[in-house]
Design a binder for this molecule. Structure first.
Ligand code: FAD
Length: 430
């Protein structure tokens, strides 16, 4: 069983400021194709675009609207690399795997920029993001992080210590920061809508409001929607946290997590510049992290909080406003115009899950909170493996992934305990 999909995007700042985009029809009747992509987020649309560029006939099935999932509602931060860093990958999976993944750690970012330039996508792309340290231990971690990324060839990092962090963030909360000048931020819904239009410009078809309710493996694979059916030689499963339990093998090794975002009313331009003088995106170094940035119309977009299991909290503003006020006390009474929640997919080792079911159902999921760049890399690697170049896809597919202890039912209470543990660690600065 999969989840129930609504007909529209959630009400968010992004949905309210989306570039004009057509409503796509729902699938009716039977369609044959080379590749069927399930899910029109960054993973699915990025894969579809890479495949379409190679002249492969693609059909995309989206349960709700293009960008309905995490890709259309996230923090918009272009964060390089993965949710686990290369030293941990090296310690757990060996030098060769770390080298292979390290060589790809900055590629998703480049793919996004190439797409934006090549297809002329208007998505408020800005340069620069930073990781802000709340205490000395986190700052030490950032120093190590810088050395590690430099080992993998990344040269655009700058460490800001003590008062220097004020150059980038007008808050008393931080004792330092690591700036990644090659990172950045953007309007994620417009990025995915722009790439979807590019897929269509190459002659491929995207169906909306067409949830896959059943997948029958075989040759061809059959994908069933409420009013139609696709027969595909190969399939890309790109439903991530919204795939729910459609494919038990994928659900068992991952956990949907919710995180919430608010967007303030537009601020005076001068006030906005006091908060973030060079318009960089910020995430702090806590396990349960806060992340924020300015939008192109000078709103503060502020996210944080993680609820494991992915149920939306009743009052999002009540969850996020105290965090925002802790970072920027002057904004404690600011008007909030939008508040929404979205689900990302966590894996136990925080590394993404790539693989193939049978010999023709490919998947990529579970970027564990940092998926804007890695989902774009995933799309390219899926297109590569489908055209016989399997080395880079296999570097990810070879990573071992364990099921969550206790399975689905136990995951929520267990992880609630985990959230408490991490909150306590963050508070103590250990
Ligand atoms: C609130 C929030 C903030 C975040 N902030 C950041 C950030 O700042 N930086 C960063 O790097 N990462 C961030 N992330 C993570 C990032 O957004 C995700 O990792 C990434 O967007 C995942 O892309 P995806 O295409 O794999 O999944 P999604 O974007 O979730 O797309 C999956 C799509 O599949 C569809 N689907 C699912 N099942 C079916 C089915 N059975 N049939 C048809 N369609 C189906 C869904 O409707 C959905 O559109 C954030 C996530 C959230 C939720």
């Amino acid at each position: 069983m999969g989840m129930t999909f609504p007909a529209e995007h959630v009400a968010s700042y992004y949905a309210a400021t989306a570039n004009p985009s057509p409503e796509r029809p729902a699938l009716e009747g039977t369609v044959d194709c080379d590749v069927c992509v399930v899910g029109a987020g960054f993973t699915g649309i990025s894969a579809a675009l890479h495949l379409a560029e190679q002249g492969i006939k693609v059909v995309v099935l989206e349960g709700a609207r293009v960008g309905f999932g995490a890709s259309g509602r996230n923090g918009g931060q272009i964060v390089n690399s993965y949710s686990r860093d290369m030293d941990v990958i090296e310690a757990n999976h060996g030098v060769d795997t770390a080298r292979a993944l390290g060589d790809m750690a900055f590629e998703g970012n480049r793919i996004i920029r190439e797409r934006v330039a090549h297809y002329g996508i208007d998505c408020d792309l800005k340069d620069g993001n930073l990781f802000a340290a709340c205490n000395a231990k986190q700052l030490k971690g950032l120093r190590e992080h810088k050395a590690l990324w430099e080992r993998f060839g990344h040269r655009e990092l700058e460490l800001l210590e003590d008062a220097a962090v004020k150059r980038e963030v007008g808050s008393e909360r931080y004792v330092g920061a690591l700036v990644d000048h090659s990172g950045g931020h953007l309007h994620p819904l417009n990025l995915v809508l722009g790439q979807a239009a590019a897929v269509e410009s190459l002659g491929e078809v995207i169906y909306e409001r067409s949830p896959v309710t059943e997948l029958v493996q075989g040759a061809p694979v059959e994908l069933v929607t409420p009013r139609g059916r696709v027969r595909a030689t190969r399939v890309v499963m790109a439903g991530n946290a919204y795939l729910d339990r459609l494919i038990p093998e994928l659900a068992g090794k991952s956990m949907p997590c919710g995180t919430q975002i608010v967007t303030t009313a537009p601020l005076e331009a001068s006030r906005a510049r006091q908060l973030l003088p060079n318009d960089m995106a910020v995430e702090d170094c806590n396990y349960l992290l806060d992340y924020f940035r300015l939008t192109s119309d000078n709103r503060l977009l502020y996210g944080g909080g993680v609820n494991y299991g992915g149920q939306d909290p009743a009052n999002i503003e009540a969850v996020i406003r105290p965090k925002l006020a802790k970072t920027f006390p002057d904004l404690s009474d600011v008007k909030i115009d939008y508040a929404w929640s979205g689900n990302f997919l966590m894996t136990l080792n925080r590394l993404p899950q790539f693989g193939v079911l049978g010999d023709n159902v490919y998947y990529a999921q579970g970027y564990s909170g940092h998926g804007v760049t890695c989902s774009h890399l995933a799309g390219r690697l899926i297109a590569e493996v489908m055209s016989g170049r399997d080395e880079r896809f296999d570097a990810f597919a070879g990573l071992p992934h364990l099921p969550f202890p206790g399975g689905r039912m136990l995951r929520v209470p267990l992880s609630a305990l985990g959230a408490w543990y991490y909150r306590t660690r963050d508070a103590l600065g250990v």
